[in-house]
Design a protein around this ligand. Structure first.
Ligand code: GLN
Length: 278
């Protein structure tokens, strides 16, 4: 009999004030310390000994450092993504974009996919894993983020179909560089108001460049939506992640630029996604 089960119980208790998912966090951190998958940890728990480095990992999490930063990875759409403080940690809510992309392109797969603000590459690479004939381009203003996206494309065996481009869309004529005729555009833009108060896990550890977009959180949509006319093929579909209170202003922006929008909610029942078509 090992003492891993007891250590997990104590760690769960220790994390209960910091984390919404203390037991899961403790399991992921222990599995990481043991260099095994969480499923194996749960299976063998009674016979395992708590690893010596476990308390230090729990202490980091207790100081609000995200689990994904401590273990260096996060699962998204069933795929493992390398994650560092240079990229937004992929969120389960964003899987809705992939789900709806699969639904929208059930009968005719996209050939060319564009991901605006690709970060870790999670959206682009998940989409490429679903559409084996497609090529994809991911844009980001952060070279450090694109390095992570490259690593993820390599590790997932998708590097042959994924290209990445360093690009800042606050520059003039930026929309000339990526090309045109994309039939699927994915975007999880920064959309948080600069005056929003975020939890310490997010505000203290994740890149502000990927989160904040002006007082109303709409700065990046104001740039991206008018550019869709150039980037998206006439029959194409753009999937935009939005904040829970942004459906109206973003669909208004879309309408001003000739697109109608369909609104979708995430699992928590919040408005999360707009599907734009001509
Ligand atoms: N959903 C993110 C959050 O937790 C925001 C992501 C974004 O701005 N794109 O704050």
């Amino acid at each position: 009999m090992g003492d891993a089960a007891v250590a997990l119980r104590e760690a769960t208790q220790a994390l209960s004030e910091t984390s919404d998912s203390p037991r899961l966090d403790a399991e992921l951190l222990m599995a990481h310390a043991l260099e095994i998958e969480r499923a194996e940890l749960l299976l063998k728990l009674p016979e395992l000994a708590a690893p010596a480095e476990f308390p230090a990992l729990i202490e980091r999490r207790r100081q609000s450092e995200p689990v994904a930063h401590i273990i260096g990875k996060k699962e998204f759409w069933g795929l493992d993504f390398q994650v560092t403080p240079d990229v937004l940690i992929p969120r389960p809510d964003s899987e809705l974009l992939i789900e709806e992309a699969v639904r929208a392109f059930a009968s005719r797969h996209p050939q060319r996919i564009l991901d605006l603000g690709t970060g870790s590459g999670a959206l682009l690479l998940a989409a490429l894993s679903e559409f084996p004939e497609a090529d994809g381009l991911g844009l980001d203003a952060s070279a450090a983020a694109l390095q992570i996206a490259h690593n993820n494309a390599d590790k997932l065996g998708l590097a042959g179909r994924a290209k990445f481009l360093l690009l800042d869309w606050t520059a003039t004529n930026w929309a000339d560089a990526p090309g045109s005729g994309f039939d699927l555009i994915l975007a999880n833009l920064p959309y948080v108001s600069t005056s929003a108060i975020l939890s310490k896990d997010v505000a203290g550890f994740e890149p502000h460049q990927a989160l904040f977009a002006g007082e109303d959180g709409l700065d990046d949509y104001r740039i991206i939506i008018p550019a869709l006319v150039k980037l998206l093929s006439p029959a194409g579909t753009a999937l935009l992640e939005i904040g829970f209170d942004q459906a109206n202003p973003v669909s208004d922006l879309a309408a001003e630029n000739g697109y109608h929008s369909e609104l979708k909610q995430d699992l928590g029942g919040n408005d999360r996604l707009l599907i734009l078509r001509r």
